[in-house]
Structures are given as structure tokens and as C-alpha cells.
Design a protein around this ligand. Structure first.
Ligand code: BES
Ligand code: MN
Ligand code: ZN
Length: 500
């Protein structure tokens, strides 16, 4: 979709549709009021009759509104005025765009951007209008023989700003929103693609494609089994060994020329299918384990976004990728493997595989002398129990880093919540036969998983995002969400201005 911004009166827009808000007590927004005045009370009349109560996300499409130049006026409910905050804003835009996409209008001018949102300036509103619009129009149906394509999809959205002096910051944030939208879309596409197509090799191809699209800033290196063996990544390889699909260790590097900063390393869990291995998962909903590479997909999505925006940063992406399958060659419960760090691991449950590959990737990250390392993983079912589908869990060994990630998520409407990582939890991982066990029992499953990872992340500032609850949706809307790309991009762009 195409996006532009401009400043001007709603009643004077020659367009297929003008979008304006109505609050819950039937109070018209400023833009709605302007149209109402031009149309001599036409809108307030409709609102008074009870056809638009202003309930958040409700919509009413009007045609031939007198004395306006637009073909249509779309009224969008904003909910109660004093409760109108960032999430409400996002939701209102989302439902407006969803409806526009299904009408005959292929372009529109949206005035919701002019509404006051607590703590969110015009730049934020522009960026998040674009992100919400991308999310609302996303589809993944190219694998259906009869595509359910919208016949006249929304092709162009113009965002209105209150003053001409807003146009400059508006343009910047428009570009930012579009880049985040595109990155998120890549992440969603990769997540939704089934595991017979989205293999470790496919993820590597995707990385290589990014490197050829943005050849000055992005470089990649793809390690195959032999090289992974040479690195002595015994933990990663023990997961890969049960599968016919060959593993890949993907390295991406983004760097603006002249940037002297220490790199930030992002590590994404890339299990393209998690059957559980010999500790086989139950059959129900096992298809959802194709989403077990969403951490990897978010790293690729972030690279897409930053390659587009070109901030002054140095970012490394690491993606250990393989399948977790049962077979005669698969790891068995009780097996002991030697990780790249030298620590030995007793695999008590082959379904706790994510932490094994992350352990080796965390050790590999040491060679960059990083400023910070953040891993992103659909790591534990316990995280879904803990925080549901609302927030990612953040763990880490540096409080400032954890806080910065939580704040970045807040600002991006892509929330994360800090979880404890106290010494007491480490006891659960004691093994009678190796340095550490790969599971710690049912209690505090997400925390003991993070404790396991922390043993491999001692040499730098590190944080871990458990995205098991937020990376995809179940049920009727089953599909990847693209989270936490908005959080990560926000956090990275905040780093652009740090010293050093
Ligand atoms: N990929 C799963 C985690 C997961 C499960 C994410 C369900 C989202 C929904 C991970 O590899 C896994 O299987 N974890 C186990 C760990 C357990 C064996 C300690 C889990 O959470 O059950
Ligand atoms: Mn598993
Ligand atoms: Zn897994």
C-alpha cells in the first residue's frame, strides 16, 4: 500500500473516502465536526438517531454527504474520550482500514491522526497508523488455489496532520512506519509458511536475499553442518541430528560505513518444526510448531527494517536453525552432549531443544565483543501460561537493558514484561551426570529456561525475550503476528543516539 501525508480540511478532500472519529458519548471529533458544519448538521443528525454510538472500533460508512468533495465519509468509533490512549488509537485505525479495504474505495484520507492521544505526539500517531494499516490489510492466501483476494483493495492511504509544520516529522515517521510494516510482514510470511517449505535452507536463502537487496549494508554468512561441527556446537547439533533436513547457522551483519560502535547481537531461535523429538509432543495442535522459528523470523524482519532505514548502527543477527524430529538418530532422554562453551548438558527432555541451540549461539556471540546480546525465542509453553498472548517475557543479566526493552515495547504497542532471574531458580537445573540439565521441572518453567541460557551469556550484557505467547495467534485468526519486530526496532533506533 502507498502512504502519503498532507494537511488540509476534511470537507475539501477530493477523495474516495474521508475517515473521521466519533467518541462514545456521541461527541464528534474536530474533523467530524468540520464535516458536520459544512453538511449543515448531517453527521450530528445521524449520530443523534443512534446509528453511531462511538463504541471503540465500530464503523459507519456514509455516502453523498452534502457539501463535501469526498465520495464517502467513514465514521469510526473512538470509545470514551478520556480513555482514548495508544491502544485505543491503534484499534480504531485498525478497524477503519479493515473496513476501507473491503469497500470499493481504493484510496482514503484519514483524520484520526489529528486526534489527541495521551503521551503520543503526531510522529507516533503517523508511524502507528501506518503499522496498523499494514497489519489490517495483511493476508497470506497465495497457497490457496482460489485466492480470496479483495476485489478492490485499499491502495493508497493519506494521513492528515493538523499543521503544515508537522509535515517534516511526519515524513520521517511515515518512512519509519512503512519500514516496520514491511519488516513485520516478512516475519509474518516466514512464520506462516509451513515447515515443508520454510526449512533451515529457506531461512538462509531469505537472509541471502536481504544481503543482495541491501548489499552495501547487509552481509551474510551461512554455515552448514561441517562448519557447525568444526565450531563444536554439540548442543545445537544434538537437536539437528534427528532430522533429514540439514541444519544451518545463519550470520547476518548490518553495518553503516564509518560506524565504530560495538555491535548489538540479535539471536533468533530457528526451529522450523518442533515435534518434541523422542519426547514427542501430543498430536493436538502440533501444526502450530511450524511457528517455532518466529524468533528467527523476527531477526530477519528487523534486518529488513533497519536495512531500509539505515540507522548508524552495527547489528549482528545469529540464527541457529534446524528441525526437532524423532528418529533412530535422534537424541534420547538422558543423552549427554558437550556445548560449544565446553559445559556438558544432560538432555532430560528432547522437547526442551530451543535452549540447546541458543546456548551455542550465545557462545558464538562472544567473538563480537558485543555491546549487548538479545535472544528472541518461542521458548516455553509456560510463558503462555504466565503472560498469555499479551506480553513477551523479558529476562536478563543487566537491569538497564531489561528496562530499555520493556520501555521500547511500551512505546511500540508491542508489550513486554520483566521476569525475575534470581539465583534460587538455578537449583532446578542440577544434574547428577553432567554440568547442567536441560529442564528443571514444571515449576517456573520459563524462568528455569532463562536460567539455563544465562549460563552461556556470562561475558556480556544479555537479555532474553520469550515470545511463545505473542508470536502467533490461534483459532479463527491463526497466523503469525510479526511480534516483537516493532519492539526490537524501537529499541535499536533508541541506541542510535547512545555514546560510543
Ligand atoms: N517450542 C516449544 C515452546 C512452546 C510450546 C511455544 C507451546 C509455544 C507453545 C519448546 O521447544 C518446548 O517444547 N518447550 C517445552 C519445555 C519443557 C519440555 C521443559 C514446553 O514448554 O513444554
Ligand atoms: Mn520443544
Ligand atoms: Zn521449540
Amino acid at each position: 500500500m502507498e502512504f502519503t501525508i498532507k494537511s488540509g480540511n476534511p470537507e475539501k478532500q477530493r477523495t474516495a473516502c474521508v475517515v473521521v472519529g466519533v467518541f462514545d458519548n456521541r461527541k464528534l471529533s474536530l474533523a467530524a465536526e468540520r464535516i458536520d458544519r459544512a453538511a449543515k448538521g448531517y453527521i450530528s443528525d445521524i449520530v443523534r438517531r443512534g446509528d453511531m454510538e462511538g463504541r471503540l472500533g465500530s464503523t459507519l460508512l456514509l455516502y453523498n454527504v452534502p457539501n463535501t468533495l469526498a465520495d464517502r465519509v467513514l465514521l469510526v468509533g473512538l470509545g470514551r474520550e478520556r480513555d482514548f490512549r495508544d491502544r485505543e488509537y491503534y484499534k480504531a485505525v485498525h478497524s477503519a482500514v479493515k473496513l476501507l479495504n473491503e469497500t470499493g474505495a481504493y484510496e482514503a484520507v484519514i483524520y484520526l491522526t489529528e486526534e489527541k492521544v495521551r503521551r503520543r505526539e503526531i510522529g507516533w500517531r503517523i508511524e502507528h497508523t501506518v503499522i496498523a494499516a499494514c497489519e489490517a490489510t495483511y493476508r497470506f492466501d497465495h497457497m490457496k488455489t482460489e485466492s480470496s483476494d479483495v476485489r478492490r483493495p485499499l491502495r493508497k492511504l493519506t494521513l492528515s496532520v493538523p499543521m503544515r509544520s508537522d509535515l517534516l516529522v511526519g515524513e520521517t515517521m511515515l518512512a519509519r512506519g512503512m519500514a516496520v510494516g514491511e519488516g513485520t510482514e516478512l516475519t509474518r510470511d516466514l512464520g506462516n509458511l509451513p515447515s515443508n517449505l520454510c526449512t533451515p535452507a529457506y531461512l538462509a536463502d531469505t537472509a541471502n536475499r536481504l544481503a543482495s537487496m541491501y548489499s552495501t549494508e547487509v552481509k551474510t554468512q551461512v554455515l552448514e553442518r561441517k562448519e557447525i561441527e568444526d565450531l563444536k556446537m554439540g548442543a545445537f547439533l544434538s537437536v539437528a541430528q534427528g532430522s533429514e533436513a540439514a541444519p544451518r547457522f545463519i550470520v547476518l551483519e548490518y553495518k553503516r560505513s564509518g560506524v565504530k560502535k560495538k555491535p548489538i547481537v540479535l539471536i533468533g531461535k530457528g526451529i522450523t518444526f518442533d515435534s518434541g523429538g523422542i519426547s514427542l509432543k501430543p498430536g493436538a495442535d502440533m501444526d502450530q510448531m511450524k511457528f517455532d522459528m518466529c524468533g528467527a523470523a523476527s531477526v530477519l524482519g528487523v534486518f529488513r527494517t533497519i536495512a531500509e532505514l539505515k540507522p548508524d548502527l552495527h547489528v549482528v543477527g545469529l540464527i541457529p536453525s534446524c528441525e526437532n524430529m524423532p528418529s533412530g538418530r535422534a537424541s534420547k532422554p538422558g543423552d549427554i552432549v558437550s556445548s560449544m562453551s565446553g559445559q556438558t548438558i544432560e538432555i532430560l527432555n528432547t522437547d526442551a531443544e530451543g535452549r540447546l541451540l541458543l546456548a551455542d549461539a550465545l557462545t558464538y556471540a562472544e567473538r563480537y565483543d558485543p555491546e549487548a546480546v538479545v535472544d528472541i525465542a518461542t521458548l516455553t509453553g509456560a510463558m503462555v501460561v504466565g503472560l498469555g498472548h499479551v506480553a513477551s517475557g523479558v529476562f536478563g543479566n543487566n537491569e538497564a537493558l531489561v528496562r530499555a526493552l520493556v520501555t521500547a515495547g511500551d512505546d511500540a504497542a508491542d508489550r513486554a514484561w520483566a521476569m525475575p532471574l534470581w539465583d534460587e531458580y538455578h537449583d532446578a537445573l542440577k544434574s547428577n551426570f553432567a554440568d547442567v540439565a536441560n529442564v528443571g521441572g514444571r515449576a517456573a518453567g520459563s524462568i528455569t529456561a532463562a536460567c539455563f541460557l544465562s549460563r552461556f551469556a556470562k561475558k556480556y550484557h544479555w537479555a532474553h525475550l520469550d515470545i511463545a505467547g505473542v508470536a502467533w495467534k490461534e483459532g479463527k485468526e491463526k497466523g503469525a503476528t510479526g511480534r516483537p519486530v516493532p519492539l526490537l526496532v524501537n529499541w535499536l533506533l533508541n541506541q542510535e543516539n547512545r555514546d560510543g
